[in-house]
Design a protein around this ligand. Structure first.
Ligand code: C5P
Length: 235
């Protein structure tokens, strides 16, 4: 079944949570679904990345939770929806491009282990999604940010497939492929083993394994999941 803005129940805007490890295809899926439904697409990772960038540019240690909290409190992180994806603004400056650099990726995974940093992020994310009409993607959206989300999808893929997808997205020499896969595994391990809100599928999430699926097939499955959830509720 095809989902779009017109077959959404009037007056009821859903919260759709998409979680999973790096390189599984969450961002592409979330932005496609959000565009189809006319929903806001919120990338939780971009918020952790923005704080990480601020820590880098102010020379703040990624291990220093109180200092990171001070930075967070002083920061204005906002997501500006655009047709070609969100623009991320940090204190009014467009940092969308810079956020994708490897040093920020690595730092985001380190600052996100701190419980108080997570609490701060979760509160902001709840605020952004409180009206519904949102597709939020991250690591703990279905388990922590919106445990009562209308739809929960956990998107996964084999680590070597996720690693080579990441490699292909970046314009880097072939000899860097092994390092990219190694970094992705390290980040995965940190995300899955941290004490606070580790990456895991919510018990009521529907799993999509994208290892051998095309993007179109992933989107089709996600749309079926959303349509089934709506139908099960008689919406
Ligand atoms: O999704 P993305 O790769 O942009 O996320 C960057 C980092 O932010 C992740 O490696 C993870 O450590 C952290 N993150 C998180 N919880 C989320 C989203 C991202 O801890 N909900």
């Amino acid at each position: 079944m095809v989902i779009n803005e017109s077959n959404q129940p009037a007056g009821k805007k859903l919260v759709i949570a998409i979680d999973g490890p790096a390189g599984a295809g969450k961002s592409t899926l979330a932005s496609r679904i959000a565009r189809k439904l006319g929903y806001l697409n919120i990338e939780a990772g971009a918020m952790y990345r923005a704080l990480a960038l601020k820590a880098i540019s102010t020379d703040t240690s990624f291990e220093d939770e109180p200092a990171l909290m001070e930075l967070a409190e002083q920061s204005n992180i906002s997501l500006e929806p655009r047709l070609d994806g969100n623009r991320v603004l940090l204190d009014g400056q467009n940092i969308s491009e810079r956020l994708r650099h490897q040093d920020v990726t690595d730092a985001a995974s380190k600052v996100s282990v701190h419980p108080r940093v997570r609490e701060w992020m979760v509160a902001k994310q709840r605020e952004m999604g409180q009206e519904g009409g949102v597709v939020m993607e991250g690591r703990d959206i279905g388990t922590k940010v919106f445990p009562h989300a209308d739809v929960k999808i956990f998107l996964d893929a084999a680590p070597e497939v996720r690693g080579s997808r990441r490699f292909q997205q970046q314009n880097v020499p072939p000899q860097q492929e092994a390092a990219i896969i190694r970094e992705l595994r390290e980040r995965d391990k940190r995300d899955r083993t941290r004490a606070n809100s580790p990456l895991e599928a919510a018990v009521d999430a529907v799993l999509i394994d994208s290892t051998s699926l095309s993007l179109d097939e992933v989107i089709e499955r996600a749309e079926d999941i959303i349509a089934n959830k709506l139908a099960a509720r008689g919406l």
